[in-house]
Design a protein around this ligand. Structure first.
Ligand SMILES: CC(=O)N[C@H]1[C@@H](OP(=O)(O)OP(=O)(O)OC[C@H]2O[C@@H](n3ccc(=O)[nH]c3=O)[C@H](O)[C@@H]2O)O[C@H](CO)[C@@H](O)[C@@H]1O
Ligand SMILES: C=C(OP(=O)(O)O)C(=O)O
Length: 441
């Protein structure tokens, strides 16, 4: 175990009961903040959660001259990009490895400054996570990409021009790259096989408020007519459907009853279907969703992760913990990331029975079939979980360990808990509100 990591101890066995609130989605807020860079006037974003990714993007905006005012408690961030300027390489490099968002600064910085320097990316290590689509997209618009020792240096000597782009896979980040570049490129851009996640639709709404002209067809085609200028925006971020689903799984595993204020049915429809099939109870209201264990045995299921409107990959890890409590054999086929099942090893140390396979099990053949990636899991349940000493591997894996520890008999020691702050606002306070017993060493 790494002693340098902060340690969080949890005594499991108490049902989580009560109410918590989710605010804006990590995967929209950070991108809407980047979009503010494109405007000539200030932008105001509301329902901003207090998570580390927001802080990191805020700092990156600041080093580029954006004036930021933030009301952390009220969840409001005001960004004034009137004086965007070149940042010092050392200031940019200070953010190397911290998040995946810097790659999305390319289009806005090229439009504003004619060049962009992008540090090495961070984010969860759940696969190789290449950026080839991003760089191809930028080259398509006419950008010149130069890989240097301290990151990537991008210029657009002849400006950025609208183009036709087809994505080999509907990547969320690459779709956002196209949007954030095309809105001010000269002429029309047509993107086919685009990702259509709710966070992307919300980013389109933000850009439209700024003056962009974007249409989204039902066949994953997005057309963007470039405009010369964009203004600021005022926007309320859509709620975080990943955080909401994570608390739903925590309610199930601990035999609890949690009202997640802010959870929205529309963006969670696919998760809600699976939660119901597993046997979870729910009451859907306008204000939020109550998730509870109905007292009857949970049922095993087969599920595969997919791009929207499929079952989201970021829901997979919390759901796997819930499936350790279901009666029978569940199958989970991870088709978005090749390496997102490593976290199951520690669950097995806690008493779960999960076997991982290279084959595509229980669903269609995916990009990872017949390759050396353990991307299918077979979960036999129900199994009583017991406390263990575990280290957080990534954001969702970390929250999943927390769920397992809350549902386990005895005390678990979780190392590296701070990683969870990247995407779960005030999770310690929320755990306290729900009656969990934990302490930090
Ligand atoms: C900050 C953020 O919004 N993160 C989300 C975003 O990540 P992110 O935008 O990084 O995820 P992508 O949709 O781009 O990745 C999907 C797949 O495409 C591959 N790929 C992607 C880009 C590329 O240039 N080349 C390539 O091969 C990836 O390795 C992965 O296998 O969408 C993922 C899929 O819903 C979510 O899990 C992440 O929470
Ligand atoms: C994979 C995730 O995020 P990121 O892309 O920021 O690593 C996540 O939120 O689960």
């Amino acid at each position: 175990m790494n002693d340098a990591l902060s340690t969080f101890s949890v005594r499991g066995g108490r049902p989580l009961k009560g109410e918590i609130t989710v605010r804006g989605a990590k995967n929209l807020v950070s991108k809407a903040m980047v979009a503010a860079l494109l405007g000539e006037g200030p932008s105001v974003l509301r329902s901003v959660p207090d998570i580390r990714d927001v802080q990191i993007v805020g700092e990156l905006l600041k080093v580029h001259g954006v004036k930021i005012e933030r009301d952390v408690v009220g969840g409001v961030i005001r960004m004034d990009p009137s004086n965007v300027e070149k940042a010092h390489v050392v200031d940019i490099d200070a953010h190397a490895g911290s998040s995946r968002i810097p790659i999305l600064f390319c289009g806005p910085l090229l439009h504003r400054l004619g060049e962009a320097i992008i540090p090495d990316l961070g984010g969860c290590r759940i696969g190789d996570r290449p950026i080839n689509y991003h760089l191809d997209v930028l080259r398509n618009f006419g950008a010149v990409v130069d890989k240097r020792e301290l990151g990537i240096y991008i210029t657009a000597p002849n400006g950025l021009k609208g183009t036709k782009i087809h994505l080999e896979y509907p990547s969320v980040g690459a779709t956002e790259q196209v949007l954030l570049t095309a809105v001010r490129a000269e002429g029309v851009t047509e993107l086919t096989n685009a990702a259509v996640e709710p966070e992307i639709e919300d980013l389109i709404a933000v850009l439209q408020k700024m003056g962009a002209i974007i249409s989204l067809q039902t066949d994953r085609t997005i057309t963007i007519e470039g405009v010369e200028r964009l203004g600021g925006y005022e926007h309320v971020a859509l709620p975080d459907r990943i955080e909401a689903a994570s608390w739903a799984c925590a309610a199930l595993v601990t035999q609890g009853d949690v009202f997640v204020r802010g959870a929205s049915q529309k963006e969670m429809a696919t998760f809600l279907n699976i939660f119901r099939k597993v046997g979870g109870g729910m009451d859907i209201t306008e204000a939020g969703i109550r998730f509870f264990h109905p007292g009857t045995p949970l049922k095993a299921i087969a599920v595969e992760t997919d791009v929207h409107p499929g079952f989201m990959t970021d829901w997979q890890q919390p759901l796997v913990v819930a499936l350790t409590q279901a009666e029978g054999i569940s199958i989970v086929h991870e088709t978005v990331y090749e390496n997102r099942l490593g976290f199951t090893e520690a669950l097995n140390d806690m008493g779960a029975r999960i076997q991982v396979y290279r084959e595509c099990l229980g669903g269609s053949r995916c990009r990872f079939g017949r390759r050396n990636f353990n991307h299918s899991a077979v979960i036999s349940g129900p199994k009583d979980l017991h406390g263990a000493e575990i280290t957080v591997p990534d954001l969702r894996g970390g929250f999943s360990y927390l769920i397992a520890a809350l549902g386990a008999e005895g005390v678990s020691k979780i190392h590296g808990i701070d990683l969870i702050d990247r995407g779960y606002e005030s999770f310690r306070e929320k755990l306290t509100a729900l009656g969990a017993e934990f302490w930090e060493d």
